[in-house]
Design a protein around this ligand. Structure first.
Ligand SMILES: Cc1cc2nc3c(=O)[nH]c(=O)nc-3n(C[C@H](O)[C@H](O)[C@H](O)COP(=O)(O)OP(=O)(O)OC[C@H]3O[C@@H](n4cnc5c(N)ncnc54)[C@H](O)[C@@H]3O)c2cc1C
Length: 394
C-alpha cells in the first residue's frame, strides 16, 4: 500500500492554501479531491471575483466570526489579512478594493490600510486558484481528483479508503473537506460523518450566509430593491443558536428578492434564524425615506376593516416589521458547525486527541460574515497547520 507523509483531504481554498505554503521536498504529499474539479467554491467566490479578505486592522476581525471569534483570535493574529495580502502580491496577484482601486499591503502595520473588501485586481477568482495550484505543484504535491474518501482509520499511520475501494496510508492527514452547502461542488459533509464515526465531536452543520424566507411575504414585487442600514433581530427559543442566549441583532443592507429576504444583513444573521421563530425588521427610517413602492405596500398592509390606513399600525411597521420564518435557504455561502473548536489546538490546527490529524478551513466550526472573512479563515488556519507541519517534519 502506498505510504505518504501527508495527505490533504479536499482541494478547495484551504487545502490548496496549505499545499501552496508547505514545501514537500524530500517527502511525499498527496491531495485527495473527491470531485472531478479543483477549487469549485473558490471559483464561485464573490460572484467569480473572489473577495479574498477584508482590509483594516486584524484586531477588528474577531467580531466577524461571532461566538467563535475569541477562539480564532490567536490564529488570525499570527496569520493575518496582511500576511495573506503580502503572500498574494509576492506571488504576482495584485490586489484591489471593490472599486478596482489598487490596494498595497502596508508593511510594518498590523493590517491593510484600505478598509473594506479586498479582491484580486483582475477581479478573477481563477487568478487566485492558478497561483495556489502553481505553488502547490512547485512544492511537490500530487493532486488526485475523483478520489472521494469514504473511510479513515488509525492503525499506526492513517489508513485512508477511497470510495472506489483503493487504499493508501499517510503519516499525517489534514481535513480540508469544507462544509455541507453547495454539495454539487463536492462539499457534501461526508467527511464530517467519517470524523464523527472515529469519535471526533462535530457540531451540527447547517447553512449560513443564506437568504431567509418568511410566511405571508408581502414584498415579492420589490424584488431587486435594497434598503440600507436596516436592523434585523432574530428571536430564537434555542439559546444555542443565538448570541449568548439573547436575540441576535445585526445592522446592514437588506435586499428584497422575489421569494424572500436577502442582502448582507440577512445573510449575516441567517445562522441564528430558525423556521417557526420571529424575525423583526427595523428600517430606522421615516416612511418617506423608504422606496416608493414599499411605502405603498406598507400603507396597504396598514388598512383596517373599513379600508382606512391606521397610522399607528403604519408607524409600527417602520420599527417592528415582524415575520415568522418559514425557511432558510439550503444554499448558504458557508456552513456553520463542523469540527468542534474544543477538539482543535488553534495554534497548530491539530485535532488534539488524534495524533497526526489536522482540520482547517470551513470543515471547522467557525464561519464569518460576508466581506472576505471566510477565505481569510481558510488562509489563517491553513498557514497555522503549514507552520506546524514544517516544524515537525519527520
Ligand atoms: C457562492 C459563494 C460565494 C462565496 N463568496 C465568498 C467570498 O467572496 N469571500 C469569502 O471569503 N468567502 C466566500 N465564500 C465562502 C468560501 O468560498 C468558502 O468558505 C471556502 O471556499 C471554503 O474553502 P474550503 O477549502 O474550506 O472548503 P471547500 O471549498 O468546500 O473545499 C472542500 C473540498 O473538499 C472536497 N471533499 C469533500 N468531502 C470529501 C471527501 N470525502 N473526500 C475527498 N474530498 C472531499 C470537496 O469536493 C471540495 O473540493 C463563498 C461561497 C459560496 C458558495
Amino acid at each position: 500500500m502506498m505510504i505518504y507523509d501527508i495527505a490533504i483531504i479536499g482541494a478547495g481554498a484551504s487545502g490548496l492554501m496549505l499545499a501552496a505554503n508547505l514545501d514537500m521536498e524530500g517527502s511525499r504529499g498527496i491531495i485527495l479531491e473527491g470531485s472531478s474539479c479543483i477549487g469549485s467554491k473558490l471559483l464561485m467566490s464573490g460572484g467569480g471575483h473572489c473577495n479574498i479578505t477584508h482590509g483594516g486592522s486584524v484586531k477588528d476581525f474577531v467580531y466577524a466570526y461571532g461566538n467563535e471569534g475569541q477562539a480564532l483570535r490567536r490564529c488570525l493574529y499570527r496569520h493575518s489579512n496582511l500576511d495573506l495580502a503580502r503572500w498574494l502580491t509576492e506571488h504576482g496577484v495584485e490586489l484591489a478594493d471593490e472599486n478596482g482601486d489598487p490596494v498595497e499591503p502596508s508593511y510594518g502595520s498590523n493590517g491593510i490600510d484600505n478598509e473594506g473588501r479586498i479582491f484580486p485586481a483582475s477581479m478573477k477568482a481563477r487568478d487566485v486558484l492558478d497561483v495556489l495550484l502553481g505553488e502547490a505543484s512547485l512544492n511537490g504535491w500530487q493532486i488526485e481528483t475523483d478520489a472521494r474518501v469514504s473511510g479513515l482509520r488509525k492503525d499506526g499511520s492513517w489508513e485512508i479508503t477511497l470510495i472506489n475501494g483503493y487504499e493508501l496510508r499517510a503519516k499525517k492527514v489534514v481535513i480540508a473537506s469544507g462544509g455541507i452547502t453547495y454539495p454539487e461542488t463536492g462539499s457534501d459533509g461526508s467527511m464530517l460523518e467519517i470524523l464523527e464515526d472515529i469519535g471526533i465531536d462535530i457540531n451540527e452543520p447547517r447553512p449560513a450566509l443564506s437568504p431567509v424566507y418568511v410566511e405571508n411575504y408581502p414584498y415579492a414585487e420589490l424584488s431587486g430593491i435594497s434598503v440600507p442600514d436596516v436592523t434585523v433581530i432574530a428571536f430564537s427559543s434555542d439559546a444555542a443558536y443565538t448570541c449568548k442566549g439573547k436575540a441576535a441583532r445585526m445592522k446592514g443592507d437588506l435586499l428584497f428578492t422575489h421569494e424572500g429576504l436577502s442582502g448582507p444583513v440577512i445573510l449575516n444573521i441567517s445562522k441564528y434564524v430558525e423556521p417557526g421563530e420571529l424575525i423583526r425588521l427595523c428600517y430606522n427610517k421615516e416612511l418617506h425615506e423608504l422606496p416608493r413602492r414599499m411605502q405603498r405596500i406598507l400603507r396597504e398592509r396598514s388598512r383596517g376593516l373599513l379600508g382606512d390606513v391606521r397610522t399607528n399600525v403604519l408607524a409600527s411597521f417602520l420599527n417592528q416589521d415582524d415575520f415568522i420564518v418559514s425557511g432558510v435557504d439550503e444554499h448558504g455561502m458557508v456552513t456553520a458547525g463542523g469540527v468542534s473548536l474544543e477538539e482543535i489546538d488553534m495554534k497548530t490546527m491539530r485535532i488534539k486527541a488524534h495524533e497526526g490529524l489536522y482540520a482547517i478551513g470551513e470543515s471547522i466550526d467557525a464561519d464569518g460574515i460576508t466581506g472576505g472573512y471566510n477565505l481569510q479563515l481558510c488562509w489563517s488556519t491553513a498557514a497555522a497547520a503549514a507552520d506546524d507541519l514544517k516544524d515537525n517534519k519527520e
